[in-house]
Design a protein around this ligand. Structure first.
Ligand code: PAF
Length: 282
């Protein structure tokens, strides 16, 4: 596996693949890789000739009181994991390489679906994501890009942006990778103390219980309140527990397929998860 840190180096490394019209699969990440990221790379390998992974902790998607400075940077270990899973090219640019010294005058802003869920508690976050992902798409020029469904709202934002701007690539969403006890894998799980790690699967358990209640006919608002109560009793500080359609339209009742979304803090770490609940008319 090759590693490039500059756009020029990346272009040189991809030149022959581009000339031979090989398909390029792209997995953008912020590093500190875990099985969730590796499942994206495996999916990319299935569908594309050449797989590029980027590792870039993007400063403009972090709020002033968030964990940009402390975000785990584990490039050496990440490179080994990527090489093992068959990644062809790692692109690990510096902030200077991505943003230069000039004042950036352009942002990519996706409206509407960025105002809810994580958009409410992390103002500006999705502008930072959409902007860096557009830049990375322009740099790598992939045929297909792969994103985890754990960040469902991010995936919807990227799909909307790709469609609205006619970006010439396909977007693939890959199912959430979970630990054996159900906790959705996340780089932020590394911040959990041993005791918090024991409590953390309560999020997924409460989502599964909610799914069962909904499918047995329980009212949506009651089910959402039950999730909130369960999480609060387990020591979580809730950011949101909400339901939307898979395309993030609001829903009042369970009369179509819906997604349940949770974001909650357990001490410092903020964890998110989601679950699709299929509507089965009787
Ligand atoms: O999901 C992430 O890791 C980041 O938001 C992304 C898509 C790599 C953009 O920085």
């Amino acid at each position: 596996m090759k590693t490039e840190t500059t756009i020029q180096g990346l272009n040189a490394a991809l030149a022959s693949a581009r000339l031979a019209r090989k398909t390029i699969g792209f997995v953008p990440t912020m590093g500190n890789l875990h099985e969730g990221h590796l499942s994206l790379v495996r999916e990319a390998k299935k569908l594309c000739d050449v797989v590029v992974v980027s590792i870039f902790v993007n400063p403009i998607q972090f709020g002033p009181n968030e964990d940009y400075d402390n975000y785990p940077r584990t490039l050496e270990a990440d490179s080994h994991l990527l090489a093992d899973v068959g990644c062809d090219l790692l692109f690990a640019p510096t902030v200077q390489q991505m943003y230069g010294d000039h004042v950036r005058k352009t942002s990519v802003v996706v409206s509407g679906i960025t105002d809810l869920l994580c958009g409410q508690s992390r103002p500006g976050h999705f502008d930072g994501v959409a902007t860096v992902v557009t830049k990375l798409f322009n740099i790598v020029q992939p045929n297909t890009a792969f994103f985890g469904q754990k960040d469902w709202q991010q995936l919807e934002v990227i799909r909307a942006m790709t469609r609205d701007l006619n970006l010439p690539l396909d977007i693939v969403g890959v199912p959430i990778a979970r630990a054996e006890d159900g906790l959705a894998l996340s780089s932020r799980n590394g911040y959990l103390t041993e005791q918090q790690r024991q409590q953390a699967p309560v999020i997924y358990q409460s989502l599964l219980a909610a799914k069962q209640s909904l499918q047995s006919g329980e009212d949506l608002s009651v089910v959402l309140q039950n999730i909130r109560d369960t999480l609060q009793q387990a020591g979580f500080e809730i950011d949101y527990v909400e339901a939307y359609t898979p395309h993030l339209q609001s829903v009042q009742q369970f009369n179509q397929d819906i997604m349940l979304f949770v974001a909650a803090k357990l001490g410092q770490p903020r964890l998110i998860d989601n679950l699709l609940v299929k509507y089965i008319p009787n």
